[in-house]
Design a protein around this ligand. Structure first.
Ligand SMILES: Nc1ncnc2c1ncn2[C@@H]1O[C@H](COP(=O)(O)OP(=O)(O)O)[C@@H](O)[C@H]1O
Ligand SMILES: [Mg+2]
Length: 377
């Protein structure tokens, strides 16, 4: 595999970088921390920074505190930004400053109303370049049921799974249905039950028997009206960072693979954000041909899911079984310097600051390309 060296497209001399953070999700907190890191790392000679905090209720606020801290020197930035400040209207806020500088929006928002295509739709309508996948790629990857359908159509290997909706009955009725499907598909307990549309392990339960299955389905249905049931994979958790645009002069590239060693029974919310018991092993200890295979597969997944910009593609690895199985794709992966995505790139030769530059360049490239399409018939 070739390692990245220079930018996809040269950056304009100065860009106004609108950093969206906070948001209406369980990952609000981590997003506030990420934004502080990004503001500190972005080259002030290259970027005019415009942080906008989104509250848990969805109000957009121009973060004047963060701006004045930045003016006084990025060392004075707090470790974590607050979604506080003067309320702004989303559309004018993302376009502001476009009269004197090219604008790029960086949505550092995880989960629903940020990673799921909704904010991306707003930015498309505003005609502003933004970092990451567009409406379709974001929405497909956010919905675990739809992502499985798309992956299956693309011939990507996955574990045995099926989906159910609230329209099919009560939790007890869904559990009975699930057990029938499990018997037909030779899926044994324990199974993972997940709401289709969420992240950071929220609403996910490992159900060990029929009783736990009902409770797990109830839990999942409190977050979404669609859920997936999966066999439990006894495999290692290997993740690959992908960087690039789907349709581009330079195709997406894959980082070295990394491994998550969960500290709890599975890689749950506490592991991810609270006690940090999970370990990240970078690069993952894999035979070279297996490392190459998963890098190639990660790019295939990125293309099949219509991703752009960045995505972290998560796999299970069964060395003595089926080999590589796709778990999920995160279109806005954790992005603090300690997160898997930036660390994978660092290990592949791209620093945190370079990563920001590359993502901005990719956003501009994608926007320019799409702006060139004919609107005549
Ligand atoms: N089918 C499965 N088999 C074994 N472990 C699983 C399975 N699905 C999820 N897990 C465990 O649960 C964690 C969270 O599940 P995941 O689907 O990645 O949800 P999220 O989108 O919240 O990250 C995974 O990192 C893994 O540790
Ligand atoms: Mg995950």
């Amino acid at each position: 595999m070739t390692e990245p060296t220079d930018l996809a497209v040269p950056l304009p001399p100065k860009v106004r970088l609108v950093v969206l953070f906070g948001g209406q999700s369980a990952e609000h907190e981590v997003s506030c921390v990420t934004a502080a890191h990004v503001l500190r790392a972005a080259d002030p000679g290259r970027y005019e920074l415009a942080p906008i905090g989104i509250t848990r209720e969805g109000t957009w606020l121009q973060s004047d505190d963060a701006l004045s801290a930045l003016d006084a020197g990025s060392a004075l930035l707090p470790a974590r930004l607050e979604a506080s400040g003067v309320e702004v209207d989303p559309l004018p806020a993302v376009r502001a400053g476009a009269d004197h500088l090219p604008v790029v929006v960086l949505p550092l928002l995880h989960g629903p109303h940020g990673e799921d295509g909704t904010v991306q739709g707003l930015l498309e309508v505003a005609n502003v370049p933004f970092v990451g996948s567009g409406v379709l790629g974001s929405a497909v990857c956010m919905d675990k049921a739809m992502a499985k359908t798309v992956a299956q159509a693309a011939g990507i290997p996955q574990c045995k799974a099926f989906s159910l909706t609230a329209a099919q009955g009560t939790a007890a009725q869904l559990a009975a249905k699930a057990e029938t499907v499990m018997a037909l598909g030779s899926i044994d307990f324990p199974v993972f039950v997940k709401p289709a549309n969420l992240g950071s392990s929220v609403g996910i339960t490992k159900a060990h028997d029929s009783d736990e299955l009902v409770t797990a389905i109830e839990a999942a249905l409190s977050y979404d009206d669609r859920l997936v049931v999966e066999e439990t994979v006894a495999g290692r958790e290997i993740e690959v960072a992908v960087l690039g645009n789907s349709v581009t002069s330079r195709p997406p590239r894959a980082s070295v693979p990394g491994e998550i060693v969960p500290g709890h029974e599975f890689y749950d919310y506490d592991d991810k954000y609270l006690d940090g018991a999970a370990q990240l092993l970078i690069p993952a200890d894999l035979p070279p041909d297996e490392a190459d295979a998963v890098r190639t597969l990660a790019v295939e997944v990125f293309l099949a899911m219509r991703c752009d910009g960045l995505a972290r593609v998560d796999f299970f690895y069964e060395p003595d079984g089926r080999g590589w199985l796709l778990n999920e794709v995160n279109t806005i992966p954790g992005f603090t310097p300690q997160s898997m995505y930036p660390k994978l790139w660092e290990a592949t030769g791209v620093s945190y600051g370079q990563l920001i530059d590359e993502l901005v360049a990719l956003a501009l490239e994608r926007h320019d390309r799409r702006a060139g399409f004919s609107t005549k018939r």
